[in-house]
Design a protein around this ligand. Structure first.
Ligand code: SAH
Length: 377
């Protein structure tokens, strides 16, 4: 930080202390490394850092005063300097199929959504990475008002922890999908920091990277960075169209990227991680659900170690897109299966609670509006 009057750098100690006075920092923003340093700087035993973190992430303890394994003075000191959660739960909804959705309000007023899905023994959470989204996919509720900001690592983890606290004591989170609001690869650093804690089994959530999926619109330089991070997460590409002309209409950022560059990046990712790729395809009536689209998809995906996830559209109030009829879906499926594509037709979950990306937040902001679309859609 530069001092405004002298142009001299101010010391980081000063700035840290003044922010501590004004408001408590969330302990979820601390890496294990930085918390160890906090203990060492105060001549406290460093093993305490892991104790505190595992109390929060593994034993689901919500206040420092309940960490009875810590000396009383230490609990008071932690409580003086840190808080655990920063957000308020503005709304929570439960679907008949067991899906639960939270609308969280952050201290600056930003609102984000996260979802807990119960599926057999699986307990999956779907997390947001940004407030809003800049990608502008025409059928999606999250990006209709653009992006406000990236979420911090603590804000990403806070969603998982609030959902984890909805589980029975004997249940544990098994999967994470970064498929909530926002584009995770546009906030890669914070997403990776949060996922480091999610996968850590010593003090964190202990979820294996093979059970963590990062879903992206397909940003090749960030896919390469993700590969370099050597964290073998599952990668899902939101493809939604088999050719650039249609994809650019549905996913406007495609204009400057193109399907070929995305395919090349996914192949590089596969070469490094050996993780089978997933392509997501939201079926939109009369747009990308035609037999020609299915045939083009077969050509595009044949001979790739990939899985195609076909998802029926979850209609967004105010947007003109519709879910195809079941006959159209069956025909689409037949062409893909006959073409030898490894395809999964996903069931919608949490329909009755606006569980698709960004829908609940939008519903709570204002009455649904009719949005004018560009003429060629
Ligand atoms: N930005 C990332 C992750 C967030 S969206 C991405 O694009 O992958 C997660 C998935 O939900 C994407 O495949 C997205 O296209 C899809 N999606 C968005 N709105 C939807 C809706 N109303 N119905 C069905 N799927 C939707």
């Amino acid at each position: 930080m530069i001092h405004p009057m002298t142009n001299e750098p101010t010391t980081s100690v000063e700035s840290a202390e003044s922010s501590e006075k004004s408001e408590k920092r969330s302990i979820l923003e601390q890496s294990e490394h930085s918390l160890v340093r906090w203990f060492v700087d105060r001549d406290l035993p460093k093993y305490r850092a892991k104790q505190v973190l595992s109390a929060i992430y593994q034993r689901r303890i919500d206040s420092f005063s309940d960490m009875t394994e810590l000396p009383k003075e230490l609990r008071a000191k932690l409580d003086e300097q840190f808080c655990i959660f920063k957000s308020k739960t503005a709304e929570s909804q439960q679907s008949e199929d067991g899906t639960e959705k939270l609308l969280l309000e952050l201290p600056d007023g930003g609102r984000i959504e996260c979802v807990l899905l119960r599926d057999g023994p699986r307990r999956s959470v779907c997390l947001s990475s940004q407030v809003g989204c800049a990608m502008g996919c025409v059928f999606c509720a999250s990006g209709l008002d653009g992006v406000d900001r990236n979420l911090t690592r603590g804000e990403i983890l806070e969603q998982a922890l609030k959902l984890q606290r909805l589980l029975e004591p004997e249940e544990r989170l098994s999967h994470i999908v970064m498929m909530g609001m926002g584009e995770p690869l546009a906030n890669l650093r914070n997403v990776l920091d949060a996922l480091d804690v999610a996968r850590d089994s010593e003090y964190g959530l202990g979820i294996s990277p093979r059970r963590i999926t990062i879903s992206t619109v397909g940003l090749p330089p960030a896919i390469d960075k993700l590969a370099e991070a050597h964290s073998p997460f599952q990668l899902a590409i939101s493809l939604h169209a088999p050719n650039d002309e249609l994809r650019t209409r549905l996913v406007p950022v495609n204009k400057n990227i193109g399907i070929e560059a995305i395919m090349a990046a996914t192949e590089r990712y596969f070469a490094v991680t050996s993780r089978r790729l997933t392509f997501e395809y939201v079926l939109l009536k009369d747009l990308n659900d035609t037999p020609q689209c299915a045939e083009q998809l077969v050509k595009l995906l044949r001979r790739r170690t990939a899985m195609l996830n076909v998802i029926p559209y979850n209609p967004v109030p105010g947007l003109p897109y519709e879910t195809p009829s079941s006959e159209t879906i069956l025909e689409f499926r037949r062409i893909l299966m006959e073409g030898g594509i490894n395809v999964m037709f996903r069931q919608r979950k949490g329909n009755d609670i606006q569980a698709a990306c960004g829908q609940l937040r939008r519903l709570r902001e204002r009455e649904p509006q009719i949005v004018t679309l560009s003429t060629h859609v």
